[in-house]
Design a binder for this molecule. Structure first.
Ligand SMILES: Nc1ncnc2c1ncn2[C@@H]1O[C@H](COP(=O)(O)OP(=O)(O)OP(=O)(O)O)[C@@H](O)[C@H]1O
Ligand SMILES: [Mg+2]
Length: 508
C-alpha cells in the first residue's frame, strides 16, 4: 500500500451567501491512489474540487493547500494546471465544432517558427501520439460533435494529461457513459494509476466507488465525516456515513391500485436526426395505466429518450403515430400542448430542456404551471409561494432561498428542481427520463416515495432508467428497447438484470 502524500488540504472553509459550503475540510491524497469523494447533493464535493483547480482563487476561501509538502496559493486555473492538477467537470467543456487536436491544444498550438501560424502537422501528430498512448479510439482530425459522450470525455482526460497532470480530479465522470464506456474509462484509470497519477473520483454510483477506489472520503454538510480504505466499507456503512442515518429500504415500492389506460401510443415512429430515411424509434406500441409505473430499460442510444420526447411534442415534424389520453385520440404538436393534455416530461439533460439556469429556484419550479397559478394573467403570488415552499420541503431541495439562482445549486439539487417544476403541473401522465441521475442516495429514496404517492393518486408513470436495480424494483411492468423497437415486455416481478441485458443487447 502506497502512503506517500501528494496533496493535502487543511481546514478549508468556503462560504457563499447564506451557505457554508465547506467547513474546515482537511483531507489527504496519496501518490498513485484513487480516492473516492462521496456525499449527498450539496455536501460540497464540487466546491472543494473547484478550490483545488483554482476556479476559486485563494482570496475566496480560508485554509491551506499543500502539494508535495509545499503550500500553494492558486489565483486561477492556470496556476493549478501548472502545478499538475487537472479537473474533468460534471459538465464537459469541449468546443463541438473544433477537432480533437484543436480542442486538446487550444490556446497553446505548436507554431511554425515565430510566424504565429499553427503547425498543423505537428498539432495532429502530437495528438495522435497522445491518443495512442492512452488507448483512445478516436482520430485527431475528428470533430468533437461527431464523438460519443464517452469519447468526448476521454478527449477531455487526454487534454488534462497533456498538461503533465500528476493529479486528476473526476467529478461524476460516468453520468452520461454507456456501460462499455465506463469499462474503458476504468481501464484508463488503472493504467494512469500505474504511472503514479493520483485521482479523486466523485460519484453517486456507489458500485463504481467500490470498484475503482482505494480509499473513500465522506463529506456531509461541508464537513469531512470520515476516510476509510474501501475494502473496510460496505454499501450500507457508506450510505450511513453519507446521510447520517441508516437507509433500510432503498427501493420502497408501494402498491397502488392500477386503473384504466391513461396513455396509449400506437404505431409510433421517430426520424433519425441526421440520417435521412432512418428511424430511431420504429413502430412502438404500448399502454400505461393509471397508478402504474412502466419502466423502460435499454442501452444508451436505443431510442428511449427520443420516444418520450417525441410523445411530449418535442419533434412534431419528425415523428408520426397515434397518441391516446384516457382513450381519446389527441394530436400533440408542441410541449405546450402536451402540458395542457396532462403530460409532463422530466428530461435527462437538465441544461437543455429542464431549467432556465439564470432564473431563480422559485421561478423555475412554477415555470410550467403559471397558467394554473394565474388569474387573468396576474400570478397569484401567495399561491405560487405556497407551491414553491411545498416542493422545496418535500424534495428537500437544498437552497438558501427561493430567490437563489438555479445555477448556484449543486448538480443534484438542480435535478430536484426539474422534478418539482413538472410535479407542479399536476400531470396525469408523468414521463421520467433518468430521473435519479446525479441524485444522492437519500434523495433517490425520496423520489421513489414521491412516485408511489403519485401512483396512489392515479398518476401514470413512465420511467426510463439505465439503473437496472431501480427499474427492477420500482416498475410494475418493464419494456426493454433495442435499436428503436420494443424487444421484450416483462411483468415487473419476472424480470432480472440478466434477462433485461439479454434483450437490451439484441438477444432473441
Ligand atoms: N456559485 C455558488 N453560489 C452560491 N452557492 C453555491 C455556489 N456553488 C455551490 N454553492 C452551494 O454550496 C453547496 C455545495 O455545493 P456543491 O456543488 O459543492 O455540492 P456537491 O457535493 O458537488 O453536490 P452534487 O452531488 O449535487 O453535485 C450547496 O449548498 C450549493 O448550493
Ligand atoms: Mg457536484
Amino acid at each position: 500500500m502506497k502512503s506517500e502524500l501528494i496533496l493535502e488540504t487543511k481546514n478549508i472553509t468556503k462560504d457563499f451567501p447564506g451557505v457554508r459550503a465547506l467547513d474546515k475540510v482537511s483531507f489527504q491524497l496519496r501518490k498513485g491512489e484513487v480516492l473516492g469523494m462521496v456525499g449527498e447533493n450539496g455536501a460540497g464535493k464540487s466546491t472543494l474540487m473547484k478550490i483545488l483547480s483554482g476556479a476559486y482563487s485563494f482570496h475566496n476561501y480560508e485554509g491551506e493547500i499543500f502539494l508535495e509538502g509545499e503550500q500553494c496559493n492558486f489565483s486561477g486555473p492556470k496556476d493549478s494546471q501548472a502545478a499538475g492538477i487537472a479537473i474533468i467537470y460534471q459538465e464537459l467543456n469541449l468546443i463541438p465544432e473544433l477537432t480533437v487536436a484543436e480542442n486538446i491544444f487550444l490556446g497553446r498550438e505548436p507554431l511554425i517558427g515565430k510566424s504565429g501560424i499553427i503547425n498543423q502537422k505537428e498539432l495532429f501528430c502530437r495528438t495522435e501520439n497522445l491518443l495512442k498512448l492512452l488507448n483512445i479510439p478516436a482520430s485527431a482530425h475528428e470533430q468533437i460533435k461527431n464523438l460519443s459522450i464517452g469519447k468526448q470525455q476521454m478527449v477531455e482526460i487526454a487534454k488534462a494529461l497533456s498538461y503533465q497532470a500528476k493529479i486528476l480530479i473526476l467529478d461524476e465522470p460516468t453520468s452520461a457513459l454507456t456501460e462499455q464506456e465506463v469499462k474503458s474509462l476504468f481501464k484508463m484509470i488503472n493504467s494512469l494509476q500505474e504511472r503514479d497519477v493520483s485521482m479523486v473520483y466523485i460519484s453517486h454510483k456507489l458500485d463504481e466507488v467500490f470498484e475503482i477506489t482505494d480509499r473513500v472520503t465522506v463529506l456531509r454538510d461541508g464537513k469531512v465525516i470520515d476516510t476509510q480504505p474501501t475494502t473496510q466499507l460496505t454499501h450500507q456503512k457508506l450510505v450511513a456515513l453519507m446521510v447520517g442515518r441508516d437507509i433500510k429500504d432503498m427501493y420502497p415500492k408501494g402498491a397502488a391500485q392500477v386503473g384504466e389506460v391513461a396513455l396509449e401510443v400506437k404505431n409510433f415512429f421517430v426520424d433519425h436526426p441526421f440520417l435521412f430515411g432512418e428511424k430511431v424509434v420504429k413502430n412502438i406500441n404500448f399502454k400505461v395505466r393509471k397508478g402504474e409505473i412502466l419502466g423502460i430499460a435499454g442501452l444508451m442510444g436505443s431510442g428511449r429518450s427520443e420516444l418520450v420526447s417525441a410523445i411530449f411534442g418535442a419533434f412534431p415534424a419528425d415523428s408520426a403515430g397515434e397518441i391516446y389520453i384516457e382513450g381519446k385520440e389527441i394530436k400533440i404538436n408542441s410541449p405546450y400542448q402536451a402540458i395542457n393534455y396532462g403530460l409532463a416530461l422530466v428530461t435527462e439533460d437538465r441544461k437543455l430542456f429542464g431549467l432556465v439556469l439564470s432564473m431563480q429556484v422559485g421561478e423555475n419550479i412554477t415555470l410550467s404551471s403559471l397558467e394554473k397559478l394565474s388569474w387573468y394573467q396576474i400570478i397569484k403570488k401567495r399561491q405560487e409561494n405556497k407551491t414553491i415552499k411545498q416542493y422545496i420541503q418535500s424534495l428537500r431541495i437544498k437552497t438558501p432561498a427561493f430567490e437563489a439562482v438555479v445555477n448556484t445549486l449543486s448538480g443534484g439539487n438542480q435535478q430536484k428542481v426539474v422534478i418539482a417544476k413538472w410535479l407542479a403541473t399536476n400531470p396525469k401522465v408523468l414521463l421520467l427520463d433518468e430521473p435519479t441521475r446525479g441524485v444522492d442516495v437519500a434523495a433517490k429514496v425520496e423520489i421513489y416515495q414521491l412516485m408511489n404517492e403519485l401512483t396512489k393518486e392515479g398518476v401514470a408513470v413512465v420511467m426510463i432508467s439505465s439503473d437496472l436495480p431501480e427499474v427492477l424494483s420500482m416498475s410494475d411492468r418493464i419494456l426493454v428497447m433495442h435499436e428503436g423497437q420494443i424487444a421484450k415486455e416483462f411483468i415487473g416481478s419476472q424480470a432480472t438484470q440478466e434477462k433485461i441485458m439479454f434483450y437490451a443487447t439484441g438477444g432473441r
